[in-house]
Design a protein around this ligand. Structure first.
Ligand SMILES: [Zn+2]
Length: 458
């Protein structure tokens, strides 16, 4: 569930609580020694001081844009130059803040995005609702829409922001980037499909170089995301089944994957310790089907061809509807269909040890470790939250996902799962996680699904 989380701790009575970032808040936190405070209040002070960082960064951004404008005016007036303007601006800014000119330009780009192009995002940073990293995740993912407008003349970026901003504060930057990209595909699906085809054509290539000194060589392939993802999964699957034929072989998992590729092409590995599995692998007939274990998640109307909404490949990101419909027709891709209204998968099961079907459902519904800041997807399993000793029930409603580390250690560390995505930290802060949407839906601001009684969609 921990795609996102919010701090729900009730406000205390510390002098900085309830103040918006600004000189008054700065004065309230400046002289405080956090070591004099109990743990929970230290978290509160930390959050207040962090919000001042965003406020100060926006003040600097404003000054940076104004300075750049002044340089532009100066060099244009004196020399009539226009083409070198950005270079002069970069030099002036870089000299002032002691960074490389390229860094100065990157900072200026962000500053312009937050003050000129998307002032509502800049204001959210200034007011402490978003961090600078969250703001950058949003603006950078909006770039591809450029200045396109809808029929009524409204900029498409504005429509995306209307959907994203109300819940943006609860998402870490990586999840936020994915949500914005999905919204961008949703609002301009044809453009996304065209851009994908062009980029795939331009960037598909095979690279090879050798490092004879240490006896290795590198072969890198870049191509359409769905093809390379399917290939990677097929190589891993094949490597895993070859390894299971010869568990004693002196090979790393990387070597098994190279062996899987070689034998699939009818070649025998000679640069690594021999294994009887190679011959078995080379003789395997027919080769393992490509695409096993690769999923594409789309909503029902798109699966039926009635709508053009974006789809998501878990672990990869959003894809445009044209490609999604191609994949849905391809029997080798496993297709999940979600509720078009809330984007959630639904409920199942009622036993102490989750059955295979319930476990599979839990991992599909909550792919990430549920501990608020963790979000791991590797090495996770279905887990009772709250603990089984507190509920004595096993169902989708009392379970979520935990990574191996947190499953083992979180009780000792003092993290308490209170159920329905509510967590208490060792210092007593309360966090509420948001339920994962396999296919992000932007119009559902509820923190968690309140109705778990719907029948499962399968
Ligand atoms: Zn974890």
């Amino acid at each position: 569930m921990a795609d996102a989380w919010l701090d729900m701790t009730p406000e205390g009575s510390w002098p900085w609580e309830g103040l918006v970032p600004g000189p008054q808040l700065a004065a309230a936190v400046a002289g405080v020694d956090p070591r004099d405070l109990p743990g929970q209040a230290r978290v509160s002070l930390l959050a207040a001081r962090e919000s001042l960082v965003g406020w100060a960064q926006m003040l600097a951004a404003d000054a940076m844009v104004a300075t750049a404008d002044a340089v532009a005016d100066a060099v244009t007036d004196a020399h009539g130059l226009t083409t070198l303007q950005e270079g002069w601006i970069a030099d002036e800014l870089a000299a002032a803040v002691h960074v490389a000119p390229s860094t100065a330009l990157a900072r200026l780009t962000t500053a312009r995005a937050l003050t000129v192009d998307f002032p509502s995002i800049g204001q959210a940073v200034s007011e402490g609702q978003l961090t600078m990293s969250q703001a950058r995740a949003i603006t950078e993912s909006l770039n591809s829409l450029g200045v396109r407008r809808d029929e009524s003349g409204r900029r498409l970026t504005e429509s995306v922001l209307d959907q994203i901003l109300p819940t943006a504060d609860s998402y870490p930057p990586a999840r936020l980037r994915e949500r914005v990209r999905t919204a961008v595909v949703a609002i301009a699906p044809d453009q996304a499909a065209q851009a994908r085809k062009r980029t795939v054509r331009e960037q598909t290539q095979v690279n090879f170089f050798t490092d004879a000194e240490v006896g290795t060589a590198y072969l890198g392939i870049r191509g359409s995301g769905v093809d390379i993802l399917a290939l990677r999964n097929a190589v891993r699957d094949r490597a895993g089944s070859m390894q299971s034929l010869d568990l004693d072989a002196d090979r790393t998992s990387g070597q098994w994957q190279v062996a899987a590729l070689l034998t699939a092409l009818g070649l025998l590995p000679t640069g690594m310790p021999a294994s009887a599995a190679d011959a078995a692998g080379a003789d395997a007939d027919p080769p393992a089907p490509i695409g096993i274990g690769v999923q594409v998640v789309m909503d029902l109307p798109t699966a039926l061809g009635l709508a053009e909404n974006p789809a998501v490949i878990p672990g990869y990101g959003p894809v445009d509807p044209e490609l999604a419909q191609q994949l849905a027709c391809d029997g080798e891709w496993r297709r999940w269909v979600t509720d078009p209204i809330d984007g959630h998968l639904l409920d199942d099961g009622d036993r102490r040890f989750p059955g295979a079907r319930l476990r599979r459902f839990i991992k599909a519904r909550d792919p990430r470790c549920d501990m608020p800041p963790c979000g791991r997807v590797a090495r996770t399993d279905a887990d009772h939250t709250p603990a089984y000793r507190d509920t004595h029930t096993t169902s989708a409603a009392t379970m979520s996902t935990a990574c191996a580390t947190h499953n083992r250690t979180r009780d000792d560390a003092g993290w308490v799962a209170e159920g329905e995505g509510r967590w208490r930290s060792p210092l007593g802060r309360i966090y509420q996680t948001r339920r994962h949407q396999p296919l992000p839906v932007q119009t559902s601001p509820d923190l968690v699904a309140t109705d778990d009684s719907d029948p499962p969609p399968f």
